[in-house]
Each structure stands twice: as structure tokens, then as C-alpha cells.
Design a binder for this molecule. Structure first.
Ligand SMILES: [Zn+2]
Length: 358
């Protein structure tokens, strides 16, 4: 007999998603519509300080807003503490995070700790943390994912995103393609372990893959405004995670593989690049059409070989053998014990990620 889930559930989502060319000019209007106040902490990095942060500052000051610009050095918990101090001293009412991953992650946590809201202003579209509720922070040499709140608004200026290096946008597509295996891992955990799934969240996450797959050629052409497609997919993926209340619809075994690479590789590649590579292997393990995924990666211009990402055979095999242990509570195709050495070699050889190991 079919049953209905009557458990309490709260879905926390961003209130406003604003995307388009020159959207930055609308920032004061967005702030006013959300009644966020006039005293702002703008968290950014050293690179943007004399560039885009200056523009943001003058747009806001022209609208009689008071801005305290604060530069982060890294993405550690110590940095969160020092930014929190600045927030309290300046008595700000809300926070803006401007940049790639790090300023947004720090802004997310600083505002969460202070019980203030924050607006995410991404300058690259390389991963789906832009609008998610989780922040990636470094502590004792490792990356940790900490629960916070999603931004109240995301302001994505496609003119700025179009100008960012293409490698970042391609990596963003890689992060989206990885949803294919993340969803399979989730449904597998449902079938084998009775883990609850959200059909709504899965449909949303699957839609992001379709968006990238159907538009691979347009993305590769880098035609004006192409980043709108990438950012739309990334935002929708963040929303899928908001619906699920966890990163389940967007992060499975392929993400675990990438997380291990982040800690063991001499020179890790971009998150989305590593996740896409992991997706090929996990798709092979799930018996999916991994060749079709590889074709899309090639169309987008994502590397399909470990060496093209600066990763060695040993690093890739080690990551594959240990990926299952990085998050034991999350059941995936890797199971409880992971792959044997021989199976790991076969997986990377079959998918062509490394050339035949003699
Ligand atoms: Zn990701």
C-alpha cells in the first residue's frame, strides 16, 4: 500500500535570485526591496579589492549606503572569527559576499553566526555553493562543510561572469554533470537502506543536468550571456539541495572522490573538474552510459584524463579506493568497503581516465 509522509518539513530557500547583464547596478534596489538596511559589511578578497569591490562600493554609496569593505586572507575558522569582530565593531545590518568560493563561504558563516542575512555576489560560476546553505571552511589542514543558511539573495551579473576565465565556467558544468551519479547514489541508498528521498529535489537536480547537456555547444561557444545557462543550473542545483535539506541531490560518490583528491593530491584541480572525472568512474560503476557523459564533457572542454588535470595515476587510484570512508554515513555505489585495488585500476582504465597501467 502506498503511504504518505506526514513528517514536519521546513524548506529554507533564498528569497530573490537576480541574474542578467549589469545586474550589479540593481543591488541598492534589491537591498531595499528586501528591507535589509543601510549599513553593510562587504566581504571580498585581495584580488577584487581594487577592482570589482570598488565598483560595488560606489554603487552602494551613491544610494546612501554605508559600506565597510573587509578583505579575507583565507577560508579558515580563524578568518570567520576575525570577520565577525569587524561586523560587530562596524555594527553592520547585513553582509555581502563578493568573489569566488571563499568570500561567499566566509560571508555565509559570519552572517549566520551574527544572525544577519547575506547576499551572494558570485564573480565566477565554478560550483553550486553560490546559493546553498553549506559553507566550505578549512580547519586543521582539512576542508569541512558547515551548515549555515542559504543567502537571502543571489545577484549574478552575467557581464561579470562572462568575463571570468572559461575554465571556471567549465568546472561549474562539471559540478552539474556530477548530479547524474549523485542522484543514482541517493536512489540506491533509498532502495538498499530505506533512506528517504525527495522526488521534487531529484527532479530539480536532474533538470540541471539536462540544461547543461542540451546547451553544451552554446556554453562552449562562450557567446555573450552564456554564463546565464551555467549560473541557472548552479542556482537550481542549490535549490534542489535546499528542498532536500541536505547536499544529497548534488553530492554522491563522485564528490567523495573529489574530496579525497583535495586532501591527498599534490596539486588538486578545480572542484567541478575533479567531480566530473569522478562522475565518469561512478557512472561506469552504476552501469550508466558513461561514454555519453564523457562526450558532453568533451563538448564543454572539460579534461577527461587525470594527467590533464595534473593528477597522477597513484593519486586517482588512492582516491578511488578510499572515497567510501570519507563520509561513511552517506551510502553510495562504493558501499561500506570501497573498491579493491584491482577493481580501481579496471575502473580508471576502462573509462580511459588513465592510460593502461602495465
Ligand atoms: Zn559540488
Amino acid at each position: 500500500m502506498n503511504s504518505v509522509n506526514n513528517e514536519f518539513k521546513h524548506i529554507v530557500m533564498p528569497q530573490m535570485l537576480s541574474l542578467g547583464a549589469n545586474m550589479l547596478q540593481s543591488l541598492p534596489e534589491i537591498i531595499d526591496r528586501l528591507s535589509l538596511g543601510n549599513n553593510i559589511l562587504l566581504i571580498t578578497d585581495d584580488y577584487l579589492r581594487t577592482r570589482l569591490a570598488k565598483d560595488v562600493e560606489s554603487i552602494l554609496e551613491d544610494s546612501a549606503k554605508k559600506v565597510t569593505v573587509s578583505i579575507i586572507k583565507d577560508s579558515t575558522l580563524e578568518e570567520v572569527d576575525s570577520q565577525s569582530k569587524i561586523l560587530h565593531e562596524a555594527k553592520t545590518e547585513f553582509v555581502l559576499g563578493l568573489g569566488g568560493g571563499r568570500p561567499i563561504d566566509i560571508a555565509k558563516l559570519v552572517s549566520f553566526k551574527a544572525n544577519q542575512r547575506f547576499i551572494s555576489i558570485p564573480t565566477i560560476c565554478s560550483h553550486d555553493g553560490i546559493a546553498s546553505s553549506r559553507a566550505s571552511i578549512t580547519g586543521s589542514g582539512k576542508k569541512h562543510s558547515i551548515q549555515a543558511l542559504p543567502p537571502i539573495a543571489v545577484v549574478a551579473d552575467t557581464k561579470i561572469l562572462d568575463q571570468s576565465p572559461y575554465r571556471f565556467s567549465a568546472a561549474g558544468c562539471g559540478d552539474i554533470l556530477s548530479k547524474e551519479t549523485a542522484i543514482k547514489d541517493w536512489t540506491l541508498a533509498h532502495r538498499l537502506k530505506n533512506e528517504p528521498v525527495s522526488e521534487y529535489s531529484i527532479a530539480l537536480s536532474q533538470m540541471t543536468v539536462t540544461l547543461i547537456t542540451n546547451n553544451a555547444d552554446v556554453i562552449r561557444s562562450q557567446v555573450e550571456g552564456y554564463t546565464r545557462i551555467v549560473i541557472k543550473a548552479l542556482l537550481s542545483s542549490s535549490l534542489a539541495m535546499c528542498v532536500a535539506g541536505s547536499s544529497r541531490p548534488g553530492s554522491g560518490s563522485e564528490h567523495m572522490f573529489s574530496h579525497v583528491l583535495d586532501s591527498i593530491a599534490e596539486k588538486p584541480a578545480l572542484h567541478g573538474e575533479q567531480c566530473a572525472l569522478g562522475t565518469l568512474i561512478m557512472a561506469y560503476l552504476h552501469d550508466l552510459d558513461w561514454k555519453a557523459i564523457r562526450l558532453i564533457m568533451q563538448k564543454i572542454g572539460l579534461p577527461i584524463k587525470a594527467k590533464d588535470l595534473g593528477l597522477s595515476e597513484e593519486e586517482v587510484i588512492e582516491a578511488l579506493k578510499t572515497a567510501h570512508s570519507i563520509r561513511p554515513e552517506r551510502f553510495t555505489i562504493l558501499g561500506k568497503e570501497g573498491l579493491t585495488h584491482e577493481a580501481a585500476i579496471r575502473a580508471v582504465e576502462t573509462t580511459g581516465i588513465v592510460d593502461d597501467i602495465s
